[in-house]
Design a protein around this ligand. Structure first.
Ligand SMILES: [Zn+2]
Length: 929
């Protein structure tokens, strides 16, 4: 049993206990100060150097309710977290009483919670909020403004500083702290706060994942509140919001509703600064934009970042606070983090990491990592002195929610001090970055990006165009044929000109990523090139005449579909590679659909393999289901001999561990978008067995750090961890439930999966999980090894080569080589005699890297990218790629849907003997009425 100190039990440090006595003896003489608050803060702060005069007090006010009046506790109270409705309730109470507060409703979450941004400023600023909004919008799009006009607007415009809290739900402090900050900004009359109120519009997003806030708060009270062992902590809740967990800060295409709502708010209000508040790093890390930096962003941004962070470091150090540092943690390469919304749109991205305990329980934290092999740079010792960390965090520390609140609030107040001291500089910077973006597009290639209008599948082009439009990027449609240096493009081509306010963002999203230095590391993906990810042709043009092309602005782009008139005996829905074919299949579950196995020509129209054939008797159903999908349906002549097989509708289960639901969430999201039904199953359902009777296909999405973690999941230690709905905890038990989420499927589960396959089931594994069948022997002919320690591949986009082009997996793919996102650190191999099992492989080498960074690309040479191994009566299809990676690699999605609709025919087009296994496909004549 481990030792538990009294202070850990009560959330009170010995220092604080003494301090309370001292304070009581010399009571505050200021009658306008909230003495109860001051006392609480002293008690809850664990060391004297963790508090300072900026945040050790709050005024008593009759003009606005304090958090304690509404919530029943001061902020930073041990063992207390607020649910979202209570947080919102506090801001609404504040807005109801104070003319300094306005709430902007921005929409709803997936689970129906309202999303808001709270605006706080002096009454005079609030009175001209709309004018200020228009000014920022004008400066954000300065086309047509003279320099003098722009400067006149700058001089009368207040910067808006938007703070986000609680994007990551386990990082529980910011949503609490922001309520106290709001109250302080509304009620305190210190010179600093008055200056902030006068010169800045402070905007607060109270909890950036409201659904997750409630789920995590319930989890904390149910399972975590008594946990004080940071060396073996009780795990967090299996879900935050509905789908994507921690990746809500990697959601480059804004799938989450609260992110979408925030983006809409951003494009309406254009705050020059967004500051995202996270927790994980001791004691306060301030993002300063370290390398690798995205060179397409404005140099002004990279000057603003250390300007802010250095002042905050200096100020907090002057206030006596230790462990504040910048640099050395997160770089400025990927534009996919939520707060990058700001820098992507010519604003300033900021973010903090403060130290958090995953809840409000005070505990002894071991900050210095235990030395051992296998540590990567992320786990580097943050208690070590560095040039950017002159006063490092302590090796161990008693840490409380109030400590966390003090650091964050002091930092943010200091950031607001900078903003309030230089309000016009900040607004001017915002204007200049916006202006520079337009000018850069005019002066430097690429001048535009062309999305040719004659691509086989325009539905994926529509995905790309509409994602650009969501971000406020202007896209035009050429009404006539376009001739540029790079070629001739047909009428209907889409043109993204760079001489627009968000021309930089268009460049960042559409260009190929050239990593600046292979010795550098990056925090997330090194590549995201949208055209490569979506398999959409995008041409960067160095022809300046592109800027003068007449275009018609596109609001939303809809790919045109076509259906032949009624009366034919049969119809073919052409497979041009659209993912919408999946939606069509699931929209016609009771209609017999056959899949074309070899392309043919019918009355001059090429019908590619993979096309769906539907009998004319189902015309009305087909016409209804195909509407809006952008697909082409042609009539077939009365007689055509063609090999087909039924488009299968397998009974499908998607298996999820409890400890790593994030990547499963992306697959669930994609399936929901394309209206594809599935059973989401966990260990409890799996371990009931009889799998083959229940399902035809089981998909194991990428999850778990290792194969062992996938199988054994959350270790069976400590107490059971229920994730179930109850009257008290109504936000638990969503998207699966279990009386105890520990233990994983275990070896018994693996044995059941083996049986499932032996009895004819199809097991499909994605990404990292594809190492499981090889490493645990389910796929006897597949070996898995790991790359050398020099191998480093942070999500590059690489080439993959189709080995079996007639295999149904590749229906809809025209090219033998395709770009895929690198998705695992497992390297696969099969014996030479089993080469036929490899359906796709990586050519590897430096030439195989299309975008981003892969150190050690030679290690990938000729490695399998997709392996299909028949086992017993069934098969295991292993994707070393991840065909559904976030909401990004749309070009790969179809391979997974193809695997489902053609699961009994996955041996088609595979050369070489497949033993005595039957070829299930059959020739089928489409005949006339
Ligand atoms: Zn975070």
């Amino acid at each position: 049993m481990r030792a538990v100190t009294l202070s850990a039990l009560f959330g009170v440090s010995l220092w604080s206990a003494f301090a309370v006595c001292a304070t009581s003896a010399a009571a505050s003489p200021d009658p306008s100060a909230d003495a109860t608050f001051a006392e609480h803060v002293k008690v809850w702060t664990t060391k004297p150097e963790f508090i300072n005069p900026l945040v050790d007090h709050l005024p008593l006010s009759t003009a606005a309710p304090s958090p304690r009046e509404i919530l029943g506790h001061d902020i930073g109270a041990p063992r207390v977290l607020d649910h979202y409705a209570d947080i919102l309730g506090y801001y609404r109470a504040l807005a109801a009483k104070s003319g300094r507060v306005k709430i902007v409703e921005t929409g709803q979450t997936e689970e129906g919670r309202p999303t808001v941004v709270v605006l706080i400023s002096a009454e005079a600023n609030m009175a001209r909020l709309e004018e200020n909004r228009r000014n920022l919008a004008r400066l954000g799009d300065p086309r047509g403004l003279s320099e003098a006009q722009a400067q006149a607007i700058v001089a009368t415009t207040k910067p808006m500083y938007l703070a986000l809290g609680g994007l990551h739900s386990a990082e529980t402090g910011p949503p609490e702290m922001l309520m106290e900050l709001a109250y302080r900004l509304v009620t305190e009359d210190s010179p600093l706060i008055q200056k902030i109120r006068s010169n800045v519009i402070v905007a607060i997003n109270p909890a950036s994942d409201p659904d997750g806030r409630d789920r995590y708060t319930d989890w904390y009270y149910k399972n975590k509140i008594d946990d004080t062992n940071d060396l073996d902590p009780v795990p967090g809740s299996p879900y935050w919001g509905k789908y994507i967990f921690h990746d809500n800060n990697r959601d480059i295409n804004y799938t989450g509703y609260s992110a979408q709502n925030l983006l809409k708010f951003y494009l309406e209000w254009r705050p020059p600064i967004i500051h995202d508040l996270h927790e994980s790093v001791p004691f306060l890390y301030i993002f300063s934009g370290q390398p690798p930096q995205n060179p397409s962003l404005d140099p002004i941004l990279f000057s603003e970042l250390p300007w802010f962070s250095n002042f905050e470091m200096a100020k907090l150090k002057a206030l006596g606070m230790p462990g504040v540092w910048d640099h050395g943690y997160v770089d400025a390469w990927s534009p996919g983090y939520v707060a990058f919304m700001s820098s992507n749109h010519n604003g300033l991205v900021r973010f903090y990491e403060t130290f958090g305990n995953g809840g409000a329980t005070t505990e002894l934290r071991h900050v210095k990592p235990i030395d051992g092999p296998g540590q990567d740079f992320h786990a580097a010792d943050q208690t070590r002195r560095e040039w950017y960390r002159p006063d490092p965090p302590y090796e161990t520390v008693e840490w409380s929610m109030r400590d966390n609140t003090n650091f964050m609030e002091t930092g943010l107040l200091t950031a607001l001090e900078t903003t309030a001291t230089f309000p016009q500089d900040i607004v001017e910077d915002f204007y200049k970055k916006s202006r520079n973006s337009v000018e850069d597009g005019r002066a430097n290639p690429p001048f535009a990006f062309i999305i040719p209008g004659d691509q086989q599948d325009m539905t994926k082009a529509a995905l790309v165009v509409n994602l650009l439009r969501n971000q406020g990027i202007e896209v035009g449609r050429a009404e006539r044929q376009v001739t540029l240096k790079e070629g001739v493009f047909p009428a209907g081509s889409l043109i993204v000109k760079r001489d627009q306010p968000y021309g930089r963002l268009a460049k960042i999203l559409l260009e190929t990523q050239t990593f600046p230095d292979p010795k550098l590391r990056t925090y997330d993906d090194s590549a995201w090139t949208m055209g490569l990810m979506a398999h959409v042709k995008v041409i960067a043009t160095a022809d300046p005449t592109a800027l003068d092309l007449p275009v018609k602005p596109v609001d939303r782009y809809v790919a045109e579909g076509r259906i032949a008139p009624e009366g034919a005996g049969a119809y073919a829905v052409l497979d041009n590679g659209s993912i919408n074919l999946a939606t069509l299949r699931y929209g016609l579950t009771d209609v017999a659909i056959r899949v074309v196995e070899q392309g043919f020509s019918a009355q001059g129209v090429a019908v590619p393999k993979g096309s769906f054939i539907v009998a004319g008797t189902n015309y009305a159903r087909l016409k209804g289901a195909v509407a809006g999908l952008g697909l082409t349906v042609v009539a077939l002549p009365s007689k055509v001999e063609v090999s087909t097989h039924p488009a299968a509708l397998p009974r499908l289960a998607i298996y999820s561990t409890w400890g790593a639901t994030q990547n499963v969430g992306w697959v669930r999201y994609a399936f929901d978008q394309f209206k594809a039904p599935f059973d989401l199953i966990f260990k409890d359902e799996l371990l009931k067995g009889d799998l083959r009777r229940k399902w035809d296909v089981i998909v194991l999405p990428s999850q778990g750090r290792t194969s062992k973690a996938f199988v054994f999941d959350i270790p069976v230690r400590g107490k059971p961890l229920p994730y179930e709905k109850s009257a008290t905890f109504k936000f638990l038990g969503d998207y699966g439930s279990s009386p105890d989420i520990r233990g994983g499927m275990g070896l018994k589960g693996l044995e059941l999966l083996r049986q499932f396959v032996a009895e004819g089931g199809t097991l499909i594994t994605l990404g990292d999980t594809s190492a499981v069948p090889g490493e645990f022997g389910l796929a006897p002919d597949v070996e898995v090894s790991r790359p050398s320690k020099d191998f480093y591949a942070p999500g590059p986009i690489v080439s993959a080569e189709i080995a079996a082009p007639d295999n149904p997996l590749f229906y809809g793919y025209q090219e033998r080589t395709m770009p895929v996102r690198w998705a695992t650190n497992a390297l696969f191999s099969v014996a030479a005699r089993d080469k036929r099992l490899v359906l796709m492989s990586f050519p590897g080498g430096a030439k195989g890297v299309q975008s981003g960074l892969m150190n050690g690309a030679d290690e990938v040479k000729d490695r399998p990218a997709i392996i299909d191994e028949p086992v017993g009566e069934g098969r295991i299809l292993m994707f070393a790629t991840n065909p559904v990676y976030r909401w990004q690699n749309f070009g790969e999605f179809r391979m997974l849907f193809n695997a489902l609709f053609n699961y009994p025919q996955l041996e088609l087009g595979v050369s070489g003997s497949l033993g005595d296994r039957a070829q299930p496909s059959a020739s089928h004549a489409v005949s006339a009425r």
